[in-house]
Design a protein around this ligand. Structure first.
Ligand SMILES: NC(=O)c1ccc[n+]([C@@H]2O[C@H](COP(=O)([O-])OP(=O)(O)OC[C@H]3O[C@@H](n4cnc5c(N)ncnc54)[C@H](O)[C@@H]3O)[C@@H](O)[C@H]2O)c1
Length: 270
């Protein structure tokens, strides 16, 4: 029996990368899974690949109606909701304040913060009535950019820091009925793109980085797959293994935060 047998989860941005890895992992753990995903092509592929215990809605996390549709479809198919995972996001490819033009900045802010923060808030709002009933949990995907600068530009880093505030406030407001936590992954190969307002809608995260460059800066010295980050989500979603964590940010950064001077300098080889 899986760790999440018969639990029901709704994941935003489940079409590729980490979200898709979460779909696979939660199904493997015995859960039934709903997805809200913007790309119709990715949804068609998911439906083909996961014919059982799975439902997906094509929609945009910035729309309250689409979030409500995704919750309704999950309830219609599986009867309950135990866990909401806010995960859909866009990156900014690390564009700095100096490099963003004044013309593009307001629209880029609205688009990126709209997906990365408003999307999380609207998803949480849509899921809350069902989670209060089931006394379930929420999990939000953060990033190393929720803890340190340089993992994005000011737009992305601000969006992930703001999501930390959302996690803490919701954990406070929804206790004792709903646990609210987060996982902050480090870099991985995915389809992560940027805002249209910056012309980055077709530019993928790995277009400007190599696995070797990411491996080189991580003290754990491997290039993680999206699946490598799914374990903390299973732990946080579990009703048996997680009775105690709420308002917790699991920093799954492959040791980035403890890199220290020794590693920066090239230091010891173990
Ligand atoms: N890839 C990395 O290096 C990395 C590092 C740290 C954190 N993250 C975080 O991981 C999470 C998942 O990203 P990923 O890397 O798997 O990227 P991804 O692009 O592969 O997955 C994100 C999914 O969200 C969907 N999406 C985007 N905007 C949407 C919207 N408005 N409405 C509905 N769906 C939308 C995309 O179509 C895509 O399928 C994000 O929160 C991201 O910030 C990624």
């Amino acid at each position: 029996m899986g760790a999440l047998q018969d639990q029901v989860v709704l994941i935003t941005g489940g079409g590729s990368g980490l979200g898709r890895a979460l779909v696979e992992r939660f199904l493997a753990e015995g859960a039934r899974v709903g997805v809200l995903e913007r790309s119709a092509e990715k949804v068609a592929q998911l439906v083909k690949d996961f014919p059982r215990n799975f439902v997906a809605v094509v929609g945009d996390v910035r729309s309250m109606t689409d979030n409500e549709k995704a919750v309704a479809a999950t309830i219609a198919n599986f009867g309950r909701l135990d866990c909401f995972i806010g995960n859909a996001a866009v990156w900014d490819h690390g564009i700095s304040l100096v490099d963003i033009s004044s013309e593009n900045l307001p629209a880029a802010f609205d688009e990126l913060i709209g997906v990365n923060l408003k999307g999380y808030l609207l998803g949480a709002k849509a899921a809350t009535p069902e989670l209060l009933k089931s006394q379930g949990s929420m999990i939000f995907t953060l990033s190393n950019a929720a803890f340190y600068p340089g993992g994005g530009g000011p737009l992305y880093t601000a969006s992930k820091h703001a999501a930390v505030g959302l996690v803490r406030e919701l954990a406070y407001e929804l206790a004792p009925k709903v646990r609210v936590n987060a996982v902050g992954p480090s870099g991985m190969a995915s389809d992560l793109r940027g805002p249209e307002a910056l012309g980055q809608q077709d530019k993928r995260i790995m277009d400007s980085r190599t696995p070797e460059a990411i491996r080189a800066i991580l003290p754990l010295q491997f290039f993680p797959e999206p699946a490598d980050f799914t374990g903390p989500y299973v732990l946080l979603a579990s009703r048996t293994d997680n009775r105690t964590l709420s308002g917790v940010l699991i920093n799954a950064d492959c040791g980035l935060g403890i890199r220290g001077i020794r590693h920066v300098a090239g230091g010891l080889t173990l």
